[in-house]
Design a protein around this ligand. Structure first.
Ligand SMILES: [Zn+2]
Length: 297
């Protein structure tokens, strides 16, 4: 079953509803980064939120969310292109908090203690490379609530956001999905509040547990919301390449490049986003170094 992002509209309440299933992307992220349970839930929620926002915005380019945490996780990042390619990472991949009785019975893991306090910032980049950025303070560290707060404060849009990542007893991701509801300026706030309440009561968690597809989640949430366009496929896919890695060598210090050349061995450069490693030959490092020295002359 592929991951999908579905955009819908509630005509009488004037609400936009976006639903994303992200099971495959969250599983792939967990495998790529070897994520322990709490780290997997945290990154899964961030990936799901990035997917919902990127596909909703409909702008060509990419959208990224970064969390700078003063707690255990330290840093998290996720981005999504308008084509639905998701990637991301967390600084501490090893977090595994014991579950409380409430978490065990609801199925919703709490990750706030690993993340808050801190800041969440969002960067939107268009194909011409122009970008806009803003940031807000984390409210709970549960990620979905923090993104909701960001949209409320930074974009000044009344909204509800929920991202759920479920794990099995071994801590592996089994299912993941998210919902974002946004009120148009003349949208019905009472109906938005009603949908938020349904989600808070566990509607989305239950649907995710039962493996509901995007359309099923939409219908269960609100029968009146109608899909407005063909769903966009979401997937875990990094945009790294050997060319990008070569270019990134120019960010190294000259003395580090000289050390690589002296050692005479190809150097392995790892992509932070997807953990793929690229082997760069000494001759290529030498070319980069010569270019850097020339540029400084
Ligand atoms: Zn990569």
């Amino acid at each position: 079953m592929e991951d999908l992002c579905l955009k819908a509209f509630h005509p009488s309440a004037r609400l936009e509803v976006v639903v994303a299933t992200t099971t495959g992307a969250c599983r792939d992220a967990q495998l790529a980064h070897d994520l322990a349970p709490t780290s997997a839930v945290a990154l899964g929620r961030l990936l799901t939120g990035a997917g919902l926002l990127a596909i909703h915005s409909n702008l060509p380019g990419s959208l990224s969310i970064q969390v700078l945490s003063q707690s255990r996780i330290k840093m998290m990042y996720a981005d999504c292109t308008h084509e639905g390619d998701l990637r991301g990472y967390v600084r501490d991949t090893s977090l595994s908090f014991p579950l409380s009785a409430a978490e065990r019975s609801s199925g919703r893991h709490t990750v706030g203690a690993a993340i808050a306090p801190g800041k969440l910032s969002m960067v939107r980049i268009d194909p011409q490379g122009r970008y806009s950025q803003s940031a807000t303070t984390l409210v709970t560290g549960e990620i979905d609530a923090d993104i909701e707060h960001f949209i409320d404060r930074s974009d000044q849009v009344d909204n509800a956001m929920a991202c759920e990542v479920r794990l099995n007893d071994d801590g592996a991701v089994t299912r993941a999905a998210g919902v974002m509801i946004r009120a148009l300026p003349d949208g019905n706030r009472a109906h938005l509040a009603l949908l938020r309440e349904r989600i808070a009561e566990g509607l989305l968690l239950g649907l995710v547990r039962d493996g509901a597809e995007a359309k099923g989640i939409l219908t269960a949430l609100d029968r009146e919301a109608e899909p407005v366009e063909t769903p966009t496929r979401l997937r875990w896919k990094c945009r790294c390449s050997v060319e990008r890695v070569r270019r990134s060598l120019s960010l190294f210090e000259i003395k580090d490049l000289m050390e690589i050349i002296e050692a005479g061995e190809p150097v392995s450069v790892r992509c932070d986003m997807c953990t793929k490693s690229y082997l760069i030959g000494v001759d290529e490092v030498r070319t980069v170094l010569e270019r850097m020295i020339k540029a400084q002359a």
